[in-house]
Design a protein around this ligand. Structure first.
Ligand SMILES: Cc1cc2nc3c(=O)[nH]c(=O)nc-3n(C[C@H](O)[C@H](O)[C@H](O)COP(=O)(O)OP(=O)(O)OC[C@H]3O[C@@H](n4cnc5c(N)ncnc54)[C@H](O)[C@@H]3O)c2cc1C
Length: 251
């Protein structure tokens, strides 16, 4: 949470003009994690957590509003997925429009550029630059996950096309994956900076690494799970059950 906040703030300080996506990801990711922390602490303190002379019951109430206020997390989750996919979606539209109407003005040139972008995202595994050799393995894993994420987004856009705008179960997995990719990138960047600082200060032993390592491992595992869920899920059954409970005809 700290790493994401620092990186997002530094992007804004360095003049990034459009930071809607970064701030939306920061808001959703950190408010969900804060809620998990408070909920766990509450359980650890047991019944005594309820006593109003302790700070926990107040913390629980205050942490919960963060998931609702300043943009409810469900709404922002859809926002992250849809705004994030807008660029690739427009590129696919160029290709599709040219295929159905090859005579459209400059259609072939636009479709060619769009096709090259889409293709390079699926062919090339991005290199994540890190200065510290001990982080190279994590950087390589992150690069491969970004590559897999690109392929998964391409596949979702090709499979669902415009109806994806209403498919919040799909949007949620894509948004959750990209929020963890952003969080992992921020943690890796901060860890790299800490290691480099220790080296510059002549410290013989590297500062504590366990928490960052654990976060990256768990984040990568979550990302793999979100991406797997795009093709292996119970969505049809979930929607059929919801429609049945709401008395709506099955779609
Ligand atoms: C203590 C407190 C302080 C507040 N202070 C302020 C303030 O200072 N200024 C201010 O402007 N407002 C304030 N609010 C209001 C707050 O911003 C709203 O409660 C918040 O935006 C959610 O709107 P809502 O309550 O109408 O819920 P709704 O918008 O009705 O949402 C209810 C539920 O439905 C979900 N939902 C809604 N739309 C979608 C969708 N499209 N897809 C999926 N799920 C969806 C939401 O995520 C939520 O879980 C405050 C609220 C509280 C409780």
């Amino acid at each position: 949470m700290e790493a994401m906040t620092t990186i997002t703030a530094s992007l804004i300080d360095r003049g990034l003009e459009d930071y809607m996506l970064e701030t939306a990801m920061l808001k959703v990711f950190t408010t969900e994690r804060l809620w998990e922390c408070i909920n766990d602490v509450f359980q650890i303190y047991g019944g005594s957590a309820y006593f109003a002379d302790r700070p926990l019951e107040r913390m629980m109430r205050d942490a919960r509003i963060n998931q609702i206020g300043e943009g409810a997390n469900e709404v922002l989750t859809s926002f992250v997925a849809l705004v994030g996919m807008r660029g690739p979606g427009m590129e696919f539209k160029e290709i599709y429009d040219t295929m159905v109407k090859p005579t459209r003005e400059r259609g072939f040139a636009k479709a060619w550029t769009a096709g090259k972008h889409r293709l390079s995202a699926t062919v090339r595994v991005p290199e994540i630059p890190v200065h510290s050799p001990e982080l190279r393995l994590f950087a390589n894993q992150l690069g491969r996950l970004i590559w897999r994420f690109n392929i998964a987004v391409n596949r979702a856009l090709i499979t669902y096309r415009e109806p994806i705008l209403d498919m919040q179960l799909v949007q949620e997995r894509i948004a959750n994956a990209v929020m963890d990719l952003f969080a992992a990138t921020c943690v890796l960047s901060r860890r790299d900076a800490e290691l480099q600082l220790a080296q510059r200060n002549g410290s013989s032993s590297a500062p504590e690494q366990l928490a960052a390592d654990l976060f990256l491992r768990q984040s990568f595992r979550r990302i793999r799970g979100f991406l797997a869920g795009l093709t292996d899920n119970d969505d049809k059954s979930v929607l059929a059950t919801a429609n049945s409970v709401l008395g709506k005809p099955a779609r």
